[in-house]
Design a protein around this ligand. Structure first.
Ligand code: CIR
Length: 264
């Protein structure tokens, strides 16, 4: 069974962090209703959705992906590159403790979950304003005993690695090549976003189905032309907060046979 941890949209979302897009008014009610629909799609795809309580004073807390990296054998609690997001991890750690052995990133390390793209036993990690060398080093120390490896990826012009590239099939990446250096990715197959839709590379793969925003019709056509099965969601209000589809959930297998064994 897949678990999807989500968190209700904060009433203070209008005070969210913004790095690459201008501030626009966000309608909290519309954002909430879009988020509910997103959760419903996750349920339809077989996830057991666990929604954490609202955090009125943490504007970006709906973007729960950034707070942790959950692997089959362990979970790493992240430490955001922006101070305003660091409190978000407390409640996430409490919940994840019920599923995984927990490791915690500490100062001066920073890392956002949106910078970590897992392909098999490799974690590609974006070198961005949110993720620093110490964060990457700590991640390597936590996961190496479990036989995962880390590959650093250069990212320019967008917030996170997963703004620029995500997995849309077993070995297929959806990519905006102007933001990410493909030499370090080594995927078998790439699907390029339509150049008129630069933010279109963020897609959420759940099993063999893709959750994808409605507002990128040209890139959506490219995905469908490759016979990828897509469930579209309208997340336009959340996109005004520089969010996308991967960032609104943490999805993982509920039980993993080895996750009670801690290797230190
Ligand atoms: C931030 O700047 O942290 C939020 N406004 C948006 C975070 C989006 N997270 C993600 O794509 N993983």
């Amino acid at each position: 069974m897949l678990v999807a941890i989500t968190r209700e949209v904060s009433p203070s979302i209008s005070q969210c962090e913004l790095t690459h897009i201008p501030r626009q008014e966000i309608n909290v009610e519309v954002a909430r209703s879009q988020h509910l629909q997103y959760e419903n799609v996750l349920r339809d795809l077989g996830c057991q959705v666990r929604r954490l309580s609202v955090e009125p004073n943490l504007p970006d807390s709906v973007f729960i992906e950034d707070t942790a990296i959950v692997l089959n054998e362990l979970a790493i609690i992240a430490r955001s590159g922006v101070a305003s997001r660091r409190e978000e991890t407390r409640s996430v750690a409490e919940v994840l403790r019920g599923y995984r052995t927990i490791f915690q990133l500490t100062s001066p390390g920073t890392l956002d979950g949106g910078d970590v793209l897992q392909i098999g036993r490799t974690l590609f990690v974006g070198n961005t304003s949110r993720t620093n060398e110490s964060g990457i080093k700590q991640l390597i120390d936590f996961i190496s005993p479990y036989e995962y490896k880390v590959e650093k990826v250069q990212v320019e012009g967008c917030l996170h690695l997963k703004s620029a590239v995500t997995l849309v099939g077993e070995e297929t990446l959806l990519i905006n090549r102007s933001w990410v250096d493909t030499r370090s990715l080594r995927a078998k197959e790439y699907i390029d976003i339509d150049p008129s839709e630069p933010y279109a590379a963020n897609a959420l793969l759940v099993g063999s189905e893709l959750v994808y925003p409605t507002i990128f019709p040209k890139t959506l056509r490219r995905l469908k032309d490759r016979d990828i099965s897509v469930r579209v969601v309208d997340v336009s209000e959340l996109q005004k907060a520089e969010g996308a589809v991967t960032c609104c959930s943490l999805i993982f297998e509920e039980k993993w046979p080895d996750n009670s064994k801690q290797i230190t």
